[in-house]
Design a protein. Sequence first.
Lengths: 677, 598
Amino acid sequence: MFRISTDVGGTFTDGVMLDEDSGALSVSKVLSTPQNPAIGTVRSVEKFGISLDEVSFFVHGTTVVINALIEGKGAKTSLITTRGFRDVLEIGRSNRTEMYDALYRKPRPLVPRYLRFEVTERIAADGEILVPLNADDLAMIIDQLRREGVESVAVCFLNAYANPDHEQQVGQHLREHCPGITVSLSHNITRRYYEYERTSTTVQNAYVMPVVQTYLRSLEQQLAERRFGRDLQIMQSNGGVMTSAVAREIPIAMVESGPAAGAIGAAQLAALLGYENVISYDMGGTTAKTSIIRGGLPETTDQYLVEGRPLLLPVVDLREIGAGGGSIAWIDEAGALHVGPQSAGADPGPACYMAGGSEPTVTDANLQLGILDPAYFLGGEMEISPQLAQQAIEKIASRFGLTADEAALGIIKIVNTNMAGLLQSMTVKRGYDPREFAVVAFGGAGPIHATAIARELSIPTVIVPVFPGVFSAWGMLMADLRHDFARTYIEPLNGADATKINQMFRDLERQVKGLFERENIENENIVLTYEMDLRYSGQEHTLGVPAPAKMTDADKEGLGRAFDEAHYRVYGHNAPDEAKEIVSLKVIGIGKVKKPILQALKRGRQNPAAQAKIGKRRVYVGNGRYQEFSIYRRDRLLAGNVIPGPAIIEEPTATTVVESDQTCSVDQYGNLVISLS
Amino acid sequence: MKVDPITLEVIRNRLIAASRDIRRTVERAAYSPVLYEVVDFSCGIFDSEANTIAETPGLPSFLGSLGYAIKSTYHTIGREKLKPGDVVLCNDPYNGGGTHCPDIVVLCPAFYEGKIYGWAAFRGHTVDMGGIYPGGWYSNTTSVFQEGFRLPPVKILVEGEPNEDVFRLIGANSRVPDAVLGDIRAMIAAVRTGSRRFLEAIEKYGLGVMLGALQQILDQGERMSRAAIRCIPNGIYSAEAFLDGDGNDDMPLDEELRLKVTVIVEDDEITLDFTGTDQQSRGPMNVPEPSTICASRYAFKIVTTPNLPSNEGFFRPLKIIIPEGSLLKAQFPAACAMWPTPTNVIPDLVLKALAPAIPDRVRAGHFGDCMANFIYGTDPRTGRYYVCAEGDAGGYGGKPDEDGECALFCMNLGDTYNVPAEVEEVRFPWRVERFELIQDSGGAGRFRGGLGARRDYWIIGHQAGLTVTTDRVNCCPPWGLFGGKDGRPSITVVYRNDGREERWRKISNLPLAPNDVVSFETGGGGGYGSPLERAPERVLQDVINGYVSGEKAREEYGVVIEENQMIVDIKATNEMRRKKREGFPRQGKCTVQKHAQT
């Protein structure tokens, strides 16, 4: 049997296939088909030339949700709120992120005001029903929904996190009376407080729901025609997968599916190689994205924004900066040199692409320095021009009276420090020591820069996986199913009733297990972990600490201590004597899927075979000095090969740099493991 | 030392990151909503001479005054008395603070080889630092001695060890010591982080390179600023506005107060001259000089380089003239609790003055007030005393190419967040009854002003107190530009439990009873351009969405809408617009005078 994953990106759709018997990997890359991404997906699968009834596990990552949100191409959506609160969606948090901009523009609501309806009802913060749901209001709204031709409805009532009764009533009513309209209820997505954020999340879910349902129907139909008979799995932003049946209900959970897959791939690869703490580092043409993996799971955040609109859902905590191969180096009016965030993109691309671009980019700088081989770009399939790269870089060089080489090195240094700063902010600021991490570098440009960045932060190990260009798709193949549910519950830690907490944990469990049941995951394959968000009473923001599945009063002291420690680690101070407060309870459910065995690479000697080393190249290293780098072809390396720096290892979609104080060894699966000597 | 452009960029980014770290530490570890949600703070990295090197947004009206806190520290404690590990705290408006008593500044010097080379600084609003009523923001004080406990620069950490005496002093003088001390601890941790990051940069790049880089960063800022000023036509432009005055509504202290600014643009320099502004007031509507300078810098940045980061160099081409004894340069011991009110008008006034010069880069007036409000009492659920300090968001003026924004915090509050109703209902003993936009509150215009918002609190089960200090109600409602109409001003309405209704602009310590409802209604923005030039289709959309009523569509825009079918009656509209034009000039004139063109 085979496992297949497909990752739809802006330009390419990547496919990875793994033969479960031999562990052999195949990859495919086809152009994406933005009109109907299902077509590109099917093409990428057809390249493997197998019948889909031989596929046991099929994971799909897609940009269909993020694109609908960015391009404003979702459904005609309506919102139903508590009376007096229909404008919460438009008012938002009233902040101005650009404080000097007199003409600031805030994010526009996805539901226009005339489609935002109010119902008389009221629930208190403790869940008590103060005003029952008014059925007449609802009947009138249903008329309006029909008249206006609304396709999707979001429902978010004040304090519904504490008691979802009214939302459930409305949901039932809508399903009965408007069967053609999709419905999103806020408590089904999250039971956390912050009404704007929860409303915004529910509205975004409703907005993409019809689009996603149509898309999945089309894709599943085409796969079925090719004899695929299992559940289609969809990559989520939290780093897990879900079946398409669940994805139809919570489509917003797949908003960052591609990038999350990269993080999960890094986590799985590292676990396989015995690393607990990993930084995933994905650098492509326009951006670099990183995330932190500790104890095998990527860290998630619930403060994620899409086009300025908040999502109150766990999303793999990806930090992104505008630094990729296409990032443009430029000089501002005051004469300061910057790199990015503007990118030359794929069209016209870097100057060296000979497609009309004339601005110097990071790729041009790498070519100028000698890191990239003009004759082996995309494995020699694409011609690039070192002359055009140099011409573009001269623009910077002449302004500062530098040589082109020196200017090119400067561009790389700036990019590398920006990225090192990003990694530092993700580790040191959270109290982690980067020296205890390994970097997994992928994406077209990741392996070029990762080793320099690692050195800057004293990170001892960099791992460049096999097929770094399609690593996100590989990551999907390794993902487990995952469902997170959280619930706001504000009580003093010491006074909290353990029975009540356990009751809520069981409720959350039921929600998680209910989904797994629909996904046919056996009970013995479900792993549940419990978390509690705590704070010092009086504080607002919280820190999560692991909690026992069955709380007793005796556990409280340990939880409090764990919180004190976390507070010290993250913020540098704590107050152990102060009272603590519970803010929310979380259950994270992992539905384990059987992990495939990876194919081992043929073993070679310590010294790579002669034909692996194809020559030497002069690379500019600063202060007027050039150094000879040995050049290797990755596909000619064997397990056990050791390559001392300075060296460059080339493959069609990526280039790995091993600096002079580093050594690269090829592990049993063919991953490049680069360490400081 | 001349630093190469690459190292320079690297150091600049490190310092900006250091400043961001300060913010993040406080935001996440703070106790009061006013810090963690309202983001009522600013922070930055400074050089040894108190020049801003890098800043992080929060409250723009705070930033420049942090430099004064450093200078006051040198003056009060003495540069030579500062030791590595010291952290300094101050809040005295006339010595180090520069704003009003509830705002606390925390500073940490960065020592390298025994000498100070930089500072990390943070200023944040604390919930209560004593004073006549809770909250520190009053409409009717007449002396700073009534406004709270004042600390000149003092060491809160001495060589790394907490100065417990100072902690106890502050605790004893605040109504909510736990929250205030919790916030102060978060601020201390934050500035220590910032200072450490500054030192790391010195250690990595060397002192000479670092000092050279700091100089060059400022020089670059200056060049950017000068280039931007050259894009504004030379001239002398002025505008004035009147504040409503201070005191309580039922017992006023000062009647309307005049603010005047003259903007002189000359090649690559700008002067803001406040001559013509009224004398210092008897009540609390006075501004300590550092805060006037901040507001002026803020206004300057808005019209020159709004999309670039900020440092001291940007302000070198700016001259500020503030008349002695005016309310913009208050003398000790003038009351100054309401300093934000006049300073809030300054950016709007500069935009108004420059409207004829750069019409495509200005907007009409915004509601323009922090809408600061304080509710306090004893929570019947817990028996604990609480103080809730908040602002409210209102409408912004119409823009050259689109409608004004609805419900944003006023300019001076920058990247401030409102407190969610669900959070309030957990923390405070009241119910939020509504949070909605106010129909017809945006000034009519070719580009309509944004709408104000209404937020109602139903007080439950206890007696509470209320202080509000709203301005721009009577004397200068949010103004329209180029023929646009004024926006509806802000007001606070108290619906008493016996059916009475009270309307307040300014009142300190108003008693609230159980089941009273307090309704904060913020103003809308002014319109840009004549409403008769607004496309009828857009007016119709506004009516469909309820932003504008059918009645106002007719009255203000001359658009007749067939409300049963929701379509524009084109014939009647043309007729009505023709009639209205006869009554008014076709293109409204800006009320601003341009005196001379140099």
